[in-house]
Design a protein around this ligand. Structure first.
Ligand code: FAD
Length: 728
């Protein structure tokens, strides 16, 4: 047996800014053996700033202007953690988050951009919409767009960003009676060439924007700006695009920062205080060569950063980066016109816009048209092939380290009373019936914390479908081969994710077993207590019972598409949000509606699990049009994508499905689900109550058909016409 490459170090990239997008692309093409890359980003898409005004103006789509980081990471073989860092502890080499446990690193790189400065002007944070984070701005702008007709819209910030934004907004709102007012604290476009400023003024005139120069905002109140010169000006909507400021947690880390809180880095882009921390883009200030904050510098730093991160991992010498003194600034002017400024040169016109458009699109193609990648070199480790059997156990140290932290975070639900020290966990005898189930998953996502949450919910769904409330769980975890400190990090993440789910369900993790292996596997044996005298069963449904499905279908095909880089990161986000949420309310709904049968829809797909429910005595009519479906799943099926388990499901259960329906929706019947919905058979009189309970818990259940006493063991599709015999 060949030794697989062991993960020995974690390189964590925080923020999917311009520089990191390039780093991901470059490191993916030539991975460093033993180094695991992780990208942390609060959203699956990051905007390309150069095209943002074009998005607002309506020249570009969201997809044109955003890099799909989830897809890029999937291609790059990089772990993607969808989250925002809230603190950095360089002494412990840990990143902190609002919900998940701290994430350890061996090498860290920050490219988190900047945000407009809000706090120096009283009232700005309360009443203004800052242009960054762009995701929030874009949501607010789109939501407000229709309402902006006839309104007075203020944009504060007379630099390149504020100007481009005001002109783009004016273009988008042309003919709608809106008045755009651009407030500049000093003159418009400070530092720009005279003729670029003249072109900007010309565009301002063409689009009817009101320009207020020397109009520094001193205070913001509801619907009113108070200027330093004493004037008061009203607004209906206020957008903020002033000088950049740094996330406060960077300075709070104790690392050296400049006078505005941006991380101080040397010419190799490394923190002047800490050789394990690098930074690029707006968040970094090269102390020897400070420059204004602009995306063009972040783009230039990307290749240097990639080279120096690699050199840090391999022990090679770092390269120095000297940023250019001046750069070509291409400003879009609302319409499809732009002005170019690189002193002493300046030019304006539609051709400049086309030039800029070509440059911007070429940049974006680097992240949408991804080349074939050389797979991570395996077997590079000279180490002995890893042992199997009990020799594959995770070492005592990483386990103890992870459990100690988890016990602190989840004192009532993680191995209470020192349960781990025993060979077997004890579970006090219950008066009623105890039910047990076991489920184990290969990693669907590479974020261990998310994987822990998904696997825990997946396991608990079996108990809910059986009418039981969870009481205890045992874990069976296989971690990828890794050095002890990396394993301790992974164990903590995966178990913290699971414990969050278990604690919410008041289920105690009593123990478990952890192994090392070639890939992640996360499983839980769960025990629950039946809430009624007799547990819910798969069988037991009656003719006329309505079939309720508590969660949309499409997980299988969406993740198949994701693996082939054919899914939109937002669709994956949507699926993950459902898969990590609890279905405890489905049990309450089953009880409230008097459900006669229940099961959870997992690997066999809806068709397989419904057939199990029907047995040989009942048939079902399925309303294919009523099936709830995850966004993106139908498009993936229509594009010919399938989960690898779908053909087997089709072969096993396809013969039981009668009639024809919309072919895409019909395929969904065979799509395997992870942490899928519960399928409940509820008598007609109980359906409204069951739905009320589900809706109260935020679970949008759909009635997808009914049980009939015809065609036993078969599912007739409603689209194919009325069934031979109706229920009742
Ligand atoms: C309207 C407008 C137009 C502009 N046009 C241009 C232009 O044409 N040319 C130019 O050079 N510059 C332009 N800029 C400036 C440009 O936006 C920035 O300089 C550039 O985006 C900085 O890039 P970056 O790589 O530092 O970070 P960004 O591109 O801002 O990316 C930062 C990333 O980090 C993520 N992030 C933030 N906080 C966290 C956290 N706590 N944890 C994890 N992730 C986090 C964000 O979600 C984001 O994905 C423009 C700015 C504006 C407002």
């Amino acid at each position: 047996m060949q030794a697989p490459t062991e993960i020995t170090r974690d390189l964590v990239l925080v923020g999917g800014g311009h520089a990191h997008a390039l780093v991901l692309r470059m490191l993916a093409m030539d991975p460093v053996p033993g180094a695991r890359l992780t990208l942390v980003s609060p959203a699956s898409h990051t905007p390309y700033s150069g095209m943002l005004p074009g998005l607002v103006a309506g020249h570009y789509s969201f997809e044109d202007t955003h890099i799909d980081l989830a897809r890029l990471c999937q291609w790059a073989g990089v772990r993607f953690l969808r989250d925002a860092v809230t603190a950095l502890d360089p002494r412990r080499r840990e990143l902190h988050f609002r919900d998940r446990p701290p994430l350890g690193y061996d090498l860290l790189s920050l490219d988190i951009g900047s945000q407009p400065t809000l706090d120096v002007v009283p009232g700005a944070r309360e009443y203004a919409v800052p242009v960054k984070p762009v995701a929030d701005f874009w949501q607010r702008w789109q939501a407000g767009l229709a309402g902006h007709e006839g309104q007075r819209i203020a944009v504060v910030g007379g630099g390149a960003g504020g100007l481009e934004l005001a002109l783009a907004m004016a273009h988008a709102l042309a003919g709608k009676g809106a008045t755009l007012v651009l407030y500049c604290g000093g003159e418009l476009l400070p530092g720009y060439h005279r003729s670029a400023r003249a072109a900007a003024r010309d565009a301002i005139g063409r689009l009817g924007v009101v320009l207020e120069e020397g109009a520094r905002v001193a205070e913001v109140a509801a619907g009113e700006l108070r200027l330093e010169d004493g004037r008061r000006q009203s607004f209906d909507a206020l957008y903020w695009c002033t000088a950049a400021s740094a996330a406060p947690w960077v300075a709070d880390s104790g690392l050296a920062v400049d006078d505005r809180g941006f991380l101080a880095v040397d010419d190799s882009l490394r923190s002047v205080d800490d050789g394990r921390v690098f930074a690029a883009g707006d968040i970094a200030t090269q102390v020897n060569h400070p420059r204004p904050k602009a995306g063009v510098y972040a783009v230039r730093q990307g290749p240097v950063l990639a080279r120096n991160l690699r050199a840090s991992l391999t022990g090679d010498a770092l390269r120095e980066h000297r940023p250019q003194q001046r750069f070509l600034s291409l400003l879009s002017l609302g319409e499809r016109r732009a002005t170019a400024d690189r002193r002493p040169f300046s030019a304006t016109g539609a051709w400049v816009w086309r030039w800029k458009d070509r440059i911007d699109r070429a940049f974006m193609r680097r992240f949408s048209e991804l080349p074939r990648r050389r797979a991570m070199a395996g077997g590079a480790s000279p180490a002995q092939a890893p042992c199997g059997g009990c020799g594959a156990k995770v070492g005592g140290d990483p386990l103890a380290e992870a459990l100690a932290a988890l016990r602190e975070d989840f004192p009532a639900h993680c191995l209470p009373g020192g349960a781990a020290a025993e060979d077997a966990a004890s579970l006090p005898a219950a008066a009623g019936t105890l039910l047990q189930s076991l489920d184990s998953l290969r990693a669907l996502v590479d974020d261990p914390w998310l994987m822990g949450r998904i696997a825990a919910q997946h396991a608990l769904n079996d108990l809910y479908a059986s009418g039981a409330r969870p009481r205890a769980a045992l874990a069976s975890i296989t971690l990828p081969f890794a050095a002890a400190p990396v394993q301790a990090r992974d164990l903590r993440q995966v178990l913290a994710g699971a414990l969050e789910v278990f604690a919410a369900a008041d289920c105690v993790l009593l123990g478990g077993h952890s192994l090392q292996g070639p890939e992640w596997q996360v499983g839980f044996a769960v025990t629950g207590e039946a809430v009624a005298a007799s547990p819910l069963r798969k069988g037991g449904a009656k003719p006329g019972d309505q079939l309720l499905l508590t969660r949309p279908l499409g997980v299988g095909v969406l993740f198949a598409a994701h693996m082939q880089l054919a899914a939109d990161g937002r669709a994956i986000d949507g699926a993950l949000a459902l898969m990590t949420s609890s279905q405890a309310a489905a049990l309450d709904a089953a009880l409230a509606g008097g459900a006669t049968a229940a099961t959870d829809v997992t690997g066999f797909g809806l068709a397989g699990h419904l057939c199990e429910m029907l047995g040989d005595g009942l048939g079902a009519v399925l309303d294919v049009a009523a099936l709830p479906v995850l966004p993106g799943a139908e498009a993936a099926i229509a594009a010919g994508l399938r989960s690898t388990a779908a053909p087997a499901n089709l072969a096993a259960w396809g013969g039981r499905v009668l009639g024809a329906a919309d072919p895409v929706r019909q395929q969904l019947l065979f799509d395997p689900q992870t942490a899928g919905g519960l399928l409940l058979a509820v008598p007609p009189a109980g359906v409204a109550e069951a739905q009320r309970v589900l809706a109260g818990a935020g679970l949008a259940a759909a009635v997808i058909g009914e049980c009939v006493d015809a065609e036993p063991g078969r599912i007739r599709l409603r689209d194919a016409g009325p069934p031979a015999v109706r229920a009742g």
